[in-house]
Design a binder for this molecule. Structure first.
Ligand SMILES: NC(=O)c1ccc[n+]([C@@H]2O[C@H](COP(=O)([O-])OP(=O)(O)OC[C@H]3O[C@@H](n4cnc5c(N)ncnc54)[C@H](O)[C@@H]3O)[C@@H](O)[C@H]2O)c1
Length: 334
């Protein structure tokens, strides 16, 4: 099996590579592509690079010249590279729009011309339909894949990212049909774990505030609900979907990946206080960021029907592993 992972040094890319190395055979080869805009060259990443099956290409996927270095004949291509992180959506919406869209178009053109038997996985996001939850209060919860994709306010920079995922889904659907290749769209719902960085991920941000014993403890959008899927469970779901022949047909499948346990930000903070053994004397409840969606709970029955997937890491265990990792790595970049 010949595999390519773009964004291979990032949060999901690292854990996906580790997982594929653990369950793949000695003949597999895995090529990682990253420009280290956000990816990390830390000890963990150096350790996977020591495996003979792994090679790294340090290239920028918005530069067309990079594509002559990617090679050809891949069986599975996971396209994870993107500008990600809520802070970046607000601070650099123009870069988010450019990088995410341009790299996807270049990737799809390279893929269709160089990988006749390959299968392409695009990581979209729950943000692609988050606007629909705000715009139509009647959407079902848990929310299935087949709901409208909506950008309810193009002037709010938050939606720069969501719009690239929305249009990205359309590119993948229509390229796969026009050029007759196998493809899959996954929509991650808040994957969490070690090595996710900071900059808008709620769990690392809470861990940082707990470590600094910030009291009163600020919680933004305390009543907003989400689910959290531990990264090892998440990448297993991605592999199972890519390996399943049930996702080889047309029209291509869009599949939610996420956990079932819905909790609000206040409950999440309480769980972390329990796991870490530190409780602030009081909470400082603040409004969520403009445009933040109140309730987000994915219907993951399609994933289960296709693969039989079930999460294996409990929220308590996952939070503990994550907190411990952040405490052991105080120098991780923001
Ligand atoms: N983590 C989540 O819960 C989550 C949720 C929804 C969607 N996603 C999607 O999954 C994918 C991976 O997310 P992640 O959490 O690992 O993000 P990440 O930021 O950790 O990883 C993305 C990687 O892409 C690389 N990259 C960015 N621009 C590049 C370019 N022009 N050329 C080459 N490499 C480039 C970055 O350096 C980084 O290592 C992204 O597409 C993201 O939008 C993730």
């Amino acid at each position: 099996m010949k595999i390519l992972i773009t964004g291979g040094a990032g949060f999901i890319g690292y854990f996906l590579t580790k997982h594929l190395l653990e369950c793949g055979d000695p003949n597999w080869s895995i090529t990682l592509v990253d420009n280290f805009e956000r990816g990390k060259k830390d000890e963990a990443f150096a350790a996977i690079l020591k495996d003979k099956r792994v090679s790294l290409l340090n290239v920028d996927l918005t530069d067309l010249a990079s594509f002559s270095k990617l090679g050809s004949g891949y069986d599975h291509v996971y396209h994870l590279a993107a500008m990600n992180g809520t802070k970046i959506f607000y601070e650099r919406p123009q870069d988010v729009l450019r990088v995410n869209t341009l790299s996807l178009i270049y990737m799809l053109d390279w893929f269709r011309q160089n990988n006749p038997k390959g299968k392409f996985c695009f990581t979209s996001s729950n943000e692609a339909y988050a606007g629909a939850l705000n715009a139509f209060n009647i959407l079902p919860i848990p929310t299935p894949e087949k709901v409208p994709l909506v950008i309810d306010d193009p002037y709010n920079p938050r939606w720069s990212y969501a719009s690239t995922k929305l249009v990205g889904e359309l590119f993948v659907i229509h390229y796969a049909k026009a050029y007759d290749f196998r493809a899959l769209i996954v929509r991650p719902h808040n994957f969490y774990g070690p090595r996710a960085g900071y900059g808008g991920h709620v769990i690392p941000d809470f861990c940082e505030r707990i470590a600094s014993k910030i009291d009163p403890f600020p919680i933004y959008g305390a009543d907003d609900t989400r689910t959290f899927c531990y990264i090892e469970d998440a990448v297993r779901a991605m592999r199972l979907l890519m390996e399943s022949q049930k996702t080889d047909g047309q029209p291509i499948d869009t599949v939610h990946i996420g956990d079932f346990e819905e909790l609000n930000m206040r409950e999440l903070a309480e769980k972390l206080f329990e796991v870490t053994g530190w409780h602030p004397k009081s909470l400082d409840i603040k409004n969520g960021p403009k445009g933040s969606v109140k309730r987000r709970l994915a219907d993951v029955s399609k994933l289960q029907k296709l693969t039989g997937w079930k999460p294996e890491v409990s929220l308590e265990d996952g939070l503990k592993r994550t907190f411990d990792w952040y405490m052991a790595h105080p120098d991780v970049k923001k």
